[in-house]
Design a protein around this ligand. Structure first.
Ligand SMILES: [Zn+2]
Ligand SMILES: [Zn+2]
Ligand SMILES: [Zn+2]
Length: 254
């Protein structure tokens, strides 16, 4: 692992901005825990693990520490902390490469819009997540699936089924998500019954705001956004910029 000494130097300097009462020799967890300003900062900006430490701007306009973000807001939103290392499947003496730690353990061929078989709501954040399976479920499988939905509560990032359930290898939800994750973009192309527009960020179906005409002219896809999220300084999530001049339009003619 590479550590940039400059970064450590600057972090040590900035840490006193957050909590000027901190002493340089206070390094244990119990000493740090007394510094509530620092603890709050760490909770809202940092991701601390045994061998890694990551900091990200909180993007809260009232934050006294962070300068405004410079990335476009949707790119910033897509930036997440690097995932925790997981053992490699081929060689358990090693960790898996970052790419695969970040990737879903579900076959890629299943994470497509045509294989969405339904939706499941998180008990905690109430957002809808897509349920995928390679093939249609027969009526027995349907029934067993329904029964699991009724007897277990689902929460983002968790699998749907208990470990010993036979449908565990058949029906999937994404597990590399948490309650902060936005709605999957595939949800918006899915035409399964029970699909209705919900806010990209919070999953709310009420108070959706119509995107401005200027945005509609610039992007092929504009995802729903609610009043609450606008109040929280979120902007429309978009995809597929429409290029009106230059190469893109030339290519379209041929
Ligand atoms: Zn901040
Ligand atoms: Zn959730
Ligand atoms: Zn919202």
């Amino acid at each position: 692992m590479q550590i940039d000494i400059n970064i450590i130097y600057y972090f040590e300097k900035s840490i006193f901005v957050i909590d000027p009462t901190l002493k340089i020799d206070e390094t244990t967890q119990s000493q740090i825990r007394r510094h509530s300003a620092l603890i709050e900062f760490m909770d809202t900006h940092c991701h601390a693990r045994a061998y890694s430490f990551q900091i990200k701007k909180c993007n809260n306009p009232t934050c006294p520490y962070c300068k405004p973000i410079r990335l476009p807001s949707q790119e910033f939103h897509d930036l997440s902390f690097l995932p925790d290392p997981i053992p490699s499947q081929e060689n358990t003496d090693h960790y898996a490469a970052f790419q695969s730690a970040n990737a879903e353990p579900i076959p890629k061929s299943i994470l497509v819009v045509g294989k969405i078989r339904g939706y499941i709501d998180c008990e905690d954040c109430k957002k809808r997540r897509c349920v995928y399976s390679d093939k249609f479920l027969n009526s027995d499988e349907q029934q067993d699936f329904q029964q699991v939905l009724e007897s277990y509560s689902y929460s983002c990032g968790a699998p749907i089924f208990p470990d010993d359930h036979y449908l565990k290898e058949v029906v999937f939800v994404r597990t590399r998500i948490n309650c902060d994750s936005p709605i999957e973009v595939l949800y918006y192309s899915s035409r399964k019954s029970g699909n209705y527009p919900i806010c990209y960020y919070c999953g709310e179906s009420e108070g959706l705001v119509a995107p401005p005409e200027s945005l509609k002219q610039r992007f092929k896809q504009i995802y729903p956004l609610c009043e609450m999220c606008i109040e929280n300084r979120k902007g429309f999530h978009t995809k597929g910029e429409i290029k009106t001049n230059g190469r893109a339009s030339k290519r379209r003619k041929t």
